[in-house]
Design a protein around this ligand. Structure first.
Ligand code: FAD
Length: 443
């Protein structure tokens, strides 16, 4: 079926032939019979990684296959969303080992982007929690791989953006929790120096991230709010919470029904938003116990918030720089503040070590910023790319819609090895996306 498709940034938008199946035999026959298509989850990557002239939607491949409630091991088909999973595991006292900032992604998407969460510095990325998975490779065979089995396929699939094959089944470990609540601490930081110090001071917390006001200059340059948290114990809940410690939060109802005019987001509105967010009444430190949803998924509360950026869409720019390259972070934030193109959302996190083949995280600082698509944006982001390269960093493929080929090839140290493995499992470019063509990922 021909469909108009775009991912979360609404850029680019294309017409694609979409196919979808519910049985593994059908998937296998589709793989063998077709060339130049890409598997697609829930379209929550921002750019063009799951867009192609032909796409294979995995959303109907959505069965939970087994749930060991004693050991905390879940096995699902690849099209199941984290939202569906949480509804099943939370009431039984289990949580996702790693979750991104939205629960509306599929398990296949979590693997193909090797997603990270607020706990990366202590608990790594999604790939660190998988015990095994099945991938239908280019010749139609289903290969079971894991960190100890067919390891080349495993590591090229985790973070490999769907280019090694179609992920069909994933088995992964869960995390035990006593309650569906988070004990959170929010600390206001006057500037970048302070937030960096606070990240270090609070690094023993399982979850951490900071909102940055990237339009500030002078002493307030990089002012932020650090948010850290832990799963709350039963003893830490208040009376009402304690009555149903594992109760699921209610579903979000607010929605943005159509694309808003793009003039709504400008330097003035971003400044106003930041002013309200960091407002004068906000105490230096706030401690409270909140349901897990607003802590992990604050943006999911407003469905389709991406439409707020207007029809032209937006780019999320996310890079990582190693811990000793803080000057690069300063240089990028300065360039943004000089330009006056602030971002509503500017999220800073610290990653821990990760030695994988092609996944995005490496030990260091990662910053994610949203920019509405407008005249001059791509030239400006090319300038930021130069700074990222100069400081030895890289960009997240899951957020990318526009980086140039040489930026990818210069910044991912294992790019050649990745491309060789992709070629072995995906000869003749059976799996291909707009992104893989743009960056020459399938040679
Ligand atoms: C509000 C928001 C917050 C986010 N926060 C984070 C975050 O904190 N950390 C983070 O890491 N990411 C984050 N993301 C990005 C998101 O987690 C990833 O892009 C994720 O991969 C999207 O999954 P999806 O199911 O929507 O897949 P899609 O967006 O449809 O596809 C993503 C990639 O997965 C591949 N893929 C999907 N299914 C399969 C399959 N079955 N077999 C093979 N390949 C497949 C696609 O080809 C594509 O390359 C965020 C996104 C949003 C919208």
């Amino acid at each position: 079926m021909q469909k108009r498709l775009a991912n979360w940034g609404n850029y680019p938008a294309i017409t694609s032939e979409e196919s979808a199946y519910t049985q593994e035999e059908q998937l296998r026959s589709f793989v063998v019979a077709n060339h130049g298509f890409i598997a697609r989850g829930n379209g929550r990557c921002y750019g063009d990684a799951s867009l192609g002239k032909h796409s294979l939607s995995m959303l109907r491949y959505d069965k939970v296959l087994s749930f060991d409630t004693t050991a905390g091991v879940l096995e699902t088909q690849a099209g199941v969303t984290l939202d569906q999973i949480l509804d099943i595991i939370v009431p039984k006292g289990w949580f996702l080992p790693v979750t991104p900032g939205t629960k509306f992604i599929t398990v296949g998407g979590a693997v193909a982007s090797d997603v990270h969460g607020k706990n990366h510095h202590l608990e790594g990325a999604f790939s660190g929690h998988i015990t095994e998975m099945d991938v239908i490779i280019g010749d139609g065979t289903t290969v079971t791989c894991s960190p100890d089995r067919h390891t080349d396929l495993y590591w090229a699939t985790c973070g490999g953006m769907g280019l090694t094959g179609v992920i069909t089944r994933v088995k992964f470990g869960l995390k035990k929790m006593e309650t569906a609540y988070i004990k959170q601490k929010q600390i206001k930081a006057r500037n970048l120096e302070e937030v960096v110090r606070l990240f270090d001071e609070y690094k023993h917390y399982t979850y951490s991230m900071a909102w940055i006001d990237c339009l500030q200059k002078g002493d307030s340059f990089g002012r932020s709010i650090l948010i850290v948290g832990e799963h709350a114990t039963k003893a830490e809940l208040n009376g009402k919470q304690a009555q149903a410690p594992l109760q699921l939060p209610s579903k979000p109802r607010l929605t943005v029904p159509f694309n808003l005019p793009s003039f709504i987001l400008n330097t003035f509105t971003v400044k106003a938003f930041n002013w309200l967010y960091y407002g004068k009444n906000f105490k230096k430190e706030i401690n409270n116990v909140v349901p897990y949803e607003p802590f992990f998924y604050p943006l999911d509360a407003i469905l389709h918030w991406n439409r707020g950026y207007g029809k032209a869409g937006f780019i999320q720019y996310q890079f990582v720089l190693s811990l000793d390259q803080k000057d690069g972070l300063i240089a990028i934030l300065r360039r943004i503040s000089e330009k006056g193109w602030g971002s509503f959302l500017a999220v800073l996190k610290v990653f821990g070590r990760q030695d994988s083949l092609i996944s995005f995280p490496m030990e260091g600082y990662t910053l994610a910023l949203d920019f509405p698509v407008r005249k001059g944006l791509f030239e400006f982001l090319d300038e930021l790319d130069e700074i990222v390269l100069q400081y030895g960093g890289r960009l997240y493929l899951s957020k990318d819609a526009r980086m140039k080929q040489d930026v990818f090839w210069k910044s991912y140290p294992n790019a050649e090895r990745f491309a060789e493995i992709v070629k072995a499992y995906n000869p003749g470019k059976r799996f291909e996306s707009l992104q893989s063509e743009r960056l020459l990922l399938t040679k």
